[in-house]
Write a new protein. Structure first.
Length: 161
């Protein structure tokens, strides 16, 4: 077996002199020295970003740099919870302009489980008594099953003729 060749080398980080076999002497004397001198920065291809929810800095790499805006799944969920109703940045208040807006608002406001006329629990809808879908006052909303709702509108058509 050949004899090991001993070398003396200075650490590139702290300058400490070390002597040992060639295969054991590296550029830095320890992992702490390696990290402290910024070695390995070329391996970090991402960016340090600020979390959209908590503001904490986090490291993101690869193609996700432009897409990911939160430091964790918990922050993403918390941010998503806030963005509803008046807290949403695009909230326009109660300004209803779309033809289905009033109907959708009534669906969100009043839970429909049982028809108020026949007691059915299948295909339950919200009926606007004055036929104005933007009027979502409790007195104007009647919970009806699909059958009673159709009968109501057919009866109303007969009256208007």
């Amino acid at each position: 077996m050949p004899a090991l060749k001993l070398v003396t080398k200075a650490c590139e980080g702290c300058g400490a002199v070390r002597t040992g076999p060639t295969r054991y002497i590296r550029k830095y004397c320890s992992l702490q020295c390696f990290v402290a001198n910024g070695a390995g920065r070329h391996l970090k291809t991402g960016r340090v970003l600020s979390c959209a929810n908590c503001g904490k800095p986090y490291y993101q790499r690869g193609s996700n740099v432009e897409r990911v805006k939160h430091c964790s799944w918990a922050c993403y969920q918390a941010r998503r919870e806030v963005k509803r109703g008046p807290d949403h940045p695009c909230w326009k208040g109660d300004n209803l302009k779309h033809k289905n807006s009033g109907r959708e608002r009534a669906q969100a406001m009043y839970e429909a489980k049982i028809c108020e006329r026949c007691g059915s629990t299948r295909n339950v809808l919200r009926h606007h008594k004055d036929r104005n879908t933007f009027n979502n006052e409790r007195g104007n909303i009647e919970i009806l099953c699909k059958s009673c709702h159709a009968f109501e509108h057919k009866a109303g058509q007969r009256q208007h003729r």
